[in-house]
Every structure is written in C-alpha cells, then in structure tokens.
Ligand binder design. Structure first.
Ligand SMILES: [Zn+2]
Length: 475
C-alpha cells in the first residue's frame, strides 16, 4: 500500500496535548497593559488619520489620540466607568503622556491635559468618533498587518509546503455573537396589568442567532481574524474584525471569505485560512481559486458521491468522494462493499492568477499502482471546461466533497486545532466586557469597541514580541 501524504489520523486517546501551561510570567498587570497601549505607535498613526479639528468652534480639551487611548484602556479595564476612574488619576494618565512624549515629542505631550477625560467628555467624543468608526478600521487594517509581518507572521521568504502549512502562515478566523447590551428586543412593551406603555432602548445591530453549539444568543455577529507565531500567551495579532449583518448573502462565512481574501492579497506569505464548519464548498472554492488553503471540517450531512470509473487496461476502479477525499469502492468476497480512502502522494497547486489544486493519487492495484490526478478544492464552472464536463454541469460540488487537506488525516489533526485560537480570542473579548455583555449600541459604536479591544490586545502582543526580541537577538 503506497504511503499517504497526509498520514492516518491518530485515535483521540493517543493524542498528545500541545497546549502550553499558563505560567506566572504570562501574567500582565493592568499597569503594564495600559503602558503597552500608550507605547503602541499605531495609536498615534490612527489618531493622525482622523480629520484635524477645525479652527471654528470651541477648541477641544483633549486631542483625539486621548480618546483612542481611552478606547483601548476601556477594553483593558472592562468598562467606561472604570476607565474614567483610573485615567482621571494623573499618575495613571501619565502613562499616556510618557507614551505620547516618545511617539510625538515632549511638546505634543505637553498639550495633553494632566488627567483623563470625564465620563461626559468621553460620551461626547464617542458620539463624534462613531462617525469615523468605519474609516478608523480602514486605517487600522494595514497597520495591524504590518505589525503581524514584523512579528514574523506570513513571512514571504519562508518555504511554503501546501500539505504542511505552519501556524504562522495561516489566518485563524471565526464568527462570534456578542451579547446585546440589553435584553429588550422591542422598542416598546405594554404592561399587561396597568396598560402602561414602556419604552426600551434596543440595539439595532442585534438579532437572535444560533451559535455553534446550537444555543441561541441575542446580539450582533462579528467575524475576527487573527494570526500568531509561536504559542506564547497574548502574542496573537488581530488583523481584522468585520460585522456580519443578519441575512447577509452567504452568511457569516461569506464575510470570513472576503476578509481572508483581503489579507491574502496584502500578505503574499499567507497560505490560507482556518475556519469552522460554517465554511462550505462555495466558500472554500473562492479561497482556493485565489491560491489559499482552507482547513476546516466536513459538513456532517455530506453523503459519499460517485466521482468516476477508471478503466486502465484490464482494470476497473470505481472512485467516490467520501469524507473530503477520493475513496475507492472495494468489493469483498461476501458481497459487501466499502469505500477505502485512496492514498494521496502529492497536493499540487497550479496557476498564477486563478489557481487549481490537485491530489495526485496512488491507486493500489494488483496490476501495479495507478497514478491519477484529480482536481480538489474548487468546483469548475460550465465555461471553464469542454461542454458537459464541468462540475457545474455534472452537478458535482467538488469544493464541498474534496478538500485540499482532508479532514480525517494526521495532517488535518495537527493543523486544525490552531483554529481554537480564534475561540480563545473571543473568550478574551467576552472577558473584556463588563458582565460579558456589550456596552455599545449600533454597529458604529460597536466597531469602536472592537477597535479598542483589538488595539489593546495587539499593543500587548507587540510589547511582548519586542521584549522577547531583546532577550534573544536573532539578527
Ligand atoms: Zn488497476
């Protein structure tokens, strides 16, 4: 039997845990985290991207940079109320002033007031910044990617093995439903006893949604994209976060695809994407055509599909697609049949703009092994093949049934768990919210919140990377 490129999956009981234990040195104090944020140069670039205050009207007490810092600090401190309380202490606020002094010079730093803004000042600023939340994210995406590249993520000069991508060569992405800021789902309710009409504030971005486990959560859905090099705590870099509107065509996974394609286009060293079962064939097809891998699980309801019959010389091999790969139908003496996975010798990527992916199969046979190449990962359209031969005309959803890296293999077993990084990112976001619930109403304010969270996380990731680079100069 020829050896299989991806190897056999190991039974769960024989698997070794790779998760690193949490150490005391992994702890980051609030003071350190606030300092990480103040010394993140991207904070200052983001502030500079905002329109400068005009000469008309009352001069602002605080520059926008102070409010962007507040946004990150609010994520570290879990609520605006706590952020106000901490930052109004001049000793704590001095953290920002020292960061500003090193980023912009002492003159600019001296223009920042000696203590942080009041709650009313913050609320006014938030209202104004909401109008720029989209632009702020647009400005931040390239900065986040630049940070990732500087931390050795998506290197361009490293070997890319399509059958064995490394963690730092892949995006981990996942959608999450955040809990709506209120339980109210309607703007008004009627008290059945008194007939009194009550008004409620509702979040326009929230809808009832089902999470992976099947539990219903009321809130807005966001897709987060991150990557990391190594397994150290808090070294993940968040690259993007996008709102997934309810009933968006293609759903959350379509938002995942567009975000991943943007990152891949900007980072040639990125090899593809880790995603959960929400990504189906149509989504994999889009990523694969752009040259990327999708490592995810097969949809549970998929039945084996007949693929083709090979008749070289005296042989007759019936090939099916089952469990994400090609399998041969074998007949036993007792009249029963089974689908036996066909060993894969190579995973090939061909093309320059539109890409095609192939499995080079080694079909075992008593007349000698047959080598046979099949397209995987994409579903060919009618105009891409001679008449009648495309997957579309044959109604074979190839991208759904044949995976680049099939699920039930050792390779998949080793790579796919990196996706859980996306989930632990969501857990950190939930932990950064007071009572695990959103505090912001509407997509604009929520985009400010996600920006604050991502900025705070990336600031610490950057600081940890810099201190480890100082400890071990690698040249
Ligand atoms: Zn044969």
């Amino acid at each position: 039997m020829p050896e299989d490129l991806f190897g056999d999956a190991v039974p769960p009981t024989q698997r070794i845990r790779r998760k690193r234990a949490f150490r005391d040195t992994d702890r980051r104090t609030l003071g350190e985290r606030l300092s990480d944020c103040a010394h993140n140069p991207d904070l200052y670039e983001l502030a500079a991207s905002l329109p400068q205050p005009g000469s008309v009207g009352r001069p602002r007490g605080y520059p926008d940079l102070a409010f962007l810092y507040f946004l990150a600090a609010r994520s570290v401190l879990h609520s605006a109320r706590r952020a106000v309380a901490h930052l109004e202490d001049p000793e704590v606020w001095a953290i920002l002033k020292s960061g500003a002094a090193s980023a912009l010079g002492p003159q600019e730093a001296a223009r920042i007031p000696a203590w942080g803004p009041t709650r009313a000042q913050w609320l006014r600023a938030q209202k104004r910044l909401c109008g720029h939340s989209h632009d702020l994210w647009e400005a931040y995406r390239p900065l986040a990617l630049r940070q990732a590249l500087a931390q050795g993520i998506f290197p361009e000069d490293e070997t890319r093995s399509w059958s064995n991508p490394q963690r730092h060569q892949l995006i981990a992405a996942d959608g999450t439903v955040l809990k709506s800021p209120t339980l109210a789902r309607a703007k008004q309710s009627v008290d059945l006893k008194t007939g009194e009409i009550r008004n409620h504030r509702v979040d326009p971005a929230s809808v009832p949604q089902r999470e992976g486990g099947g539990t219903e959560v009321y809130g807005p859905k966001y897709v987060f994209f991150s990557a990391r090099r190594g397994s150290d705590y808090m070294t993940r870099v968040f690259l993007d976060c996008r709102y997934a509107p309810h009933l968006h065509p293609g759903g959350e996974a379509a938002v995942g695809v567009s975000g991943a394609l943007d990152i891949m286009a900007a980072a040639p060293g990125c090899m593809g994407l880790l995603y959960d079962g929400a990504m189906r064939g149509v989504h994999r097809d889009a990523i694969a055509r752009h040259g990327g891998l999708v490592i995810n699980k097969q949809h549970k309801g998929n039945e084996p599909q007949f693929l083709e019959t090979l008749r070289p010389a005296r042989c007759n091999h019936q090939l099916w697609a089952a469990s994400g790969r090609v399998a041969e139908k074998v007949h036993f003496a007792d009249g029963t049949t089974a689908l036996a996975p066909v060993p894969i010798r190579r995973l090939e990527r061909r093309g320059t703009h539109g890409f095609r992916w192939y499995h080079v199969l080694m079909i075992p046979c008593r007349h000698g092994t047959h080598e046979h190449r099949v397209t995987v990962g994409t579903t060919s359209r009618a105009d891409e093949r001679p008449p009648g031969q495309s997957d579309e005309e044959r109604r074979f959803h190839r991208a759904e049934h044949l995976q680049q890296i099939p699920e039930f293999t050792r390779a998949h077993q080793l790579i796919y768990p990196y996706r859980s990084d996306a989930e632990s990112g969501h857990a950190q976001l939930d932990a950064s919210l007071w009572n695990g619930r959103l505090i912001s109403y509407g997509v604009e304010a929520q985009q400010l919140l996600t920006l604050g969270f991502v900025l705070a996380q990336n600031s610490t990731s950057r600081a940890l990377h810099q201190s480890s680079a100082q400890l071990q100069p690698t040249g």
